[in-house]
Design a protein around this ligand. Structure first.
Ligand SMILES: NC(=O)c1ccc[n+]([C@@H]2O[C@H](COP(=O)([O-])OP(=O)(O)OC[C@H]3O[C@@H](n4cnc5c(N)ncnc54)[C@H](OP(=O)(O)O)[C@@H]3O)[C@@H](O)[C@H]2O)c1
Length: 298
């Protein structure tokens, strides 16, 4: 049995879609009533990182886990790893972040991910670490603006980021969960080229056949925008992270997606083409449905 956490989110949903149907899969969610109709080999269980008995129940009969947490600075990883002790789990594939490998990155998000990685390495269960760059899907946050003809914005809009398709992250996760040879490995996952926010806006404009205006944020406007959506420590971390991007720390392309999957990483152009209807109708919320992955992106 493979347990997928974060299964209703951007990456976890793609992991569930790609796991082979010949083995049982369990998805952990705080709201099983909202997951909809799952394929026959997939079951949903109620679970919350803050509720130890729910984790104990979710881990019964599980041998491998896809672990994703997102409460920056919190102890969800520690709580989950405590629940794993004494179970049959023998491999945990953990979603981390590329910045952990940059010694100059010292923001609260990166420090938290480094701490989570350290706890996993110490826990005595085999592990694989997935360290993605920015998700291409982050630009879905622009969808309502673009659909209503308003400009999109970012801080340091011409700075490069070798952003990655979440479907590629999921594909690597599934390989790590189902093939031999990935235990003890840390994969930095990027797209095939560095792309800036200005490039992304131009790409969306081409695909939509209408202008998408880009307006550069200054630091004050970026801070205000981040604070509308995040607590202060996360907003400050995002500002520091943008400084790293401006300094060029996020431009490097890594070969791991191609090496693990045997095909090139998906480009932003391809990701955007596959999701362009969301920018046309303004739907920023995650796609529903659990249908199979279909063709490989890229
Ligand atoms: N976005 C980026 O550019 C980027 C880049 C690098 C790394 N990352 C990392 O990627 C991760 C986020 O991935 P994502 O965007 O795929 O996630 P997401 O779409 O935000 O989904 C979050 C998932 O976590 C689950 N969850 C939240 N709180 C929970 C709790 N208390 N107990 C159990 N489950 C809980 C949610 O499940 P329910 O609501 O169903 O319970 C949901 O499935 C973070 O670790 C982040 O640091 C992101």
């Amino acid at each position: 049995m493979i347990l997928v956490t974060g299964a209703t989110g951007t990456v976890g949903r793609e992991v569930v879609r790609r796991l082979p149907a010949d083995g049982p899969v369990r998805v952990l969610t705080r709201r099983p009533d909202r997951v909809g109709d799952l394929p026959e080999h997939v079951e949903a269980v109620a679970g919350d990182y803050g509720d130890a008995p729910s984790l104990e129940r979710a881990l019964k009969g599980v041998t491998k886990v896809f672990l994703l947490t997102n409460a920056v600075g919190g102890g969800d990883d520690e709580r989950f790893l405590r629940a794993v002790r004494g179970t049959d789990v023998r491999l945990i594939v953990k979603l981390s972040a590329a910045a952990v490998a940059n010694p100059a990155a010292d923001d609260a998000i990166t420090r938290w991910q480094r701490r989570c990685e350290a706890r996993l390495r110490e826990c005595g269960t085999e592990w694989t670490l997935l360290r993605p760059r920015a998700f291409m899907s982050n630009t879905l946050g622009w969808a309502p603006l673009i659909a209503s003809g308003r400009p999109v914005s970012a801080l340091y809009g011409t700075s490069p980021n070798s952003c990655v398709d979440p479907r590629d992250i999921a594909e690597v996760a599934v390989r790590a969960l189902t093939e031999e040879g990935h235990a003890g490995r840390a994969y930095t996952l990027t797209g095939p080229e560095p792309v800036s926010a200005v490039d992304q806006a131009a790409c969306l404009s081409r695909l939509l056949g209408k202008p998408v205006r880009f307006e550069e944020w200054d630091v004050a406007r970026a801070r205000a925008a981040y604070l509308r959506r995040h607590p202060e420590h996360v907003a400050e971390a995002l500002l520091q992270s943008a400084e790293q991007q401006r300094a060029g720390a996020k431009a490097r392309v890594e070969p791991a997606v191609a090496e693990v999957t045997g095909r090139p990483a998906c480009s932003y152009e391809q990701w955007a083409a596959d999701h362009i209807s969301r920018f046309a109708d303004g739907a920023a919320s995650p796609q529903q449905g659990w249908a199979g992955a279909g063709r490989h992106p890229g």
